[in-house]
Ligand binder design. Structure first.
Ligand SMILES: C[S@@+](CC[C@H](N)C(=O)[O-])C[C@H]1O[C@@H](n2cnc3c(N)ncnc32)[C@H](O)[C@@H]1O
Length: 274
C-alpha cells in the first residue's frame, strides 16, 4: 500500500474526517460555488446509473446523501438503503433528505463486513469512499457478494490530476509534510486503478470521466477546503499563518486575472456481477 493510501485509510484519520459533515461540506462548497459545468457532479453520476423503479439499492459510505438529495425526484421509486460507518454522517443524511419526500433506510456499517445476506441488492453504490477502506479487496468481495447475479456496481473516485493547482499550493507553501494525503499526485486510488481492480471481479467494466475547472473568485472557500483536509493523524493541524499566506496569494491572483483556476477530474467506474 502506498503512503498516501495508508494515510487515507488510517482509522483515526477517517474517524476525524467524518465525525460530522463539516469537513466534507467545506470541500463540497467549492464545487457548488465555482464549478463551470451546468449540471452538478451528482447529477452527472445519476444520469449514468441505470436505475429502475423498484430496484433495491445499497449506497455504501453514503455520507451526507448528496447523490440522493440532488436527484430525489428521480430516485423516488427505489428501495434505498444508505450505509455509512459514521453515525454523524448518517444523522446529517437523514436531516438533509427530510423534506425531499425520498424514503430510505439507514444503517451504520463497515464496507468490509456488510451485514446483509448474499444477493440482497440489484445495485450497489460506493462513491468517493473506497480509498478510505483499509482492506479494499475485502470490501469489493463483500459488494460482489451482496449483489444479485447481473446486478450493477457503481463507484466514483478522482482522476490523478484532480485539484492539481490546489495540491500545488499546499506543496509550494510548505504544508506538504503536515498534509501528505492532500499533496500527492499519485499513490491515491484513482479512476484507472479502480477500473483495473474492478476488472478482476466484475464484468462489463466501464470508466467515464467528468472533467471541469473551478473558477475561484474568493480565496476564502478555497482555504476552508484546504483546512478541512487537515492534518494526518498525529500531526499538528495546518499552520493558520501559512493558510493566511495562501489566502493572500490566491486573492492577489484573483485581482490580477479575475479568478484562480483549479482543475477537477472525477469519474464513475461501474461493473456487473457475473
Ligand atoms: C468522501 S465521503 C463520500 C460520501 C458520499 N459517498 C459522496 O460521494 O458524497 C466518504 C464516506 O465514507 C464513509 N466511510 C469511510 N470508511 C468507511 C467504511 N469502511 N465503511 C463504510 N463507510 C465508510 C465516511 O464516513 C464518509 O461518510
Amino acid at each position: 500500500m502506498s503512503e498516501v493510501q495508508s494515510i487515507l485509510s488510517d482509522a483515526s484519520h477517517v474517524r476525524e474526517q467524518y465525525r460530522d459533515s463539516s469537513k466534507l461540506d467545506a470541500r463540497v462548497r467549492i464545487y457548488d460555488l465555482y464549478a463551470q459545468r451546468p449540471e452538478s457532479f451528482q447529477t452527472w453520476v445519476f444520469d449514468r446509473m441505470q436505475l429502475r423503479s423498484g430496484d433495491r439499492v445499497l449506497d455504501v459510505g453514503a455520507g451526507t446523501a448528496n447523490l440522493w438529495r440532488e436527484n430525489a425526484a428521480r430516485a423516488a421509486g427505489l428501495s434505498l438503503l444508505l450505509g455509512d460507518r459514521s453515525p454523524g454522517m448518517l444523522r446529517t443524511a437523514r436531516d438533509r433528505l427530510a423534506g425531499t419526500g425520498l424514503a430510505c433506510r439507514r444503517a451504520q456499517l463497515d464496507a468490509q463486513a456488510l451485514p446483509f445476506a448474499d444477493a440482497s441488492f440489484g445495485i450497489v453504490v460506493a462513491n468517493h469512499m473506497l480509498y478510505h477502506v483499509p482492506d479494499r479487496a475485502r470490501a469489493l468481495s463483500e459488494i460482489r457478494r451482496v449483489l444479485v447475479p447481473g446486478g450493477r456496481f457503481y463507484s466514483t473516485t478522482n482522476g490523478w490530476s484532480h485539484l492539481l493547482e490546489m495540491r500545488e499550493l499546499v506543496r509550494r507553501f510548505g504544508l506538504a509534510s503536515a498534509m501528505r494525503s492532500a499533496v500527492s499526485a499519485s499513490g491515491a486510488w484513482d479512476l484507472e486503478e479502480a477500473a483495473r481492480e474492478f476488472g478482476a471481479r466484475f464484468e462489463d467494466v466501464r470508466l467515464e470521466s467528468c472533467r471541469d475547472v473551478l473558477r475561484v473568485t474568493d480565496a476564502g472557500p478555497l482555504v476552508d477546503a484546504i483546512r478541512s483536509i487537515g492534518s494526518t493523524s498525529g500531526d499538528a493541524p495546518p499552520d493558520e499563518r501559512v493558510l493566511r499566506e495562501i489566502y493572500d496569494h490566491v486573492e492577489w491572483m484573483i485581482r490580477l486575472e479575475g479568478w484562480f483556476h483549479v482543475s477537477t477530474w472525477a469519474g464513475l467506474v461501474s461493473g456487473r456481477r457475473p
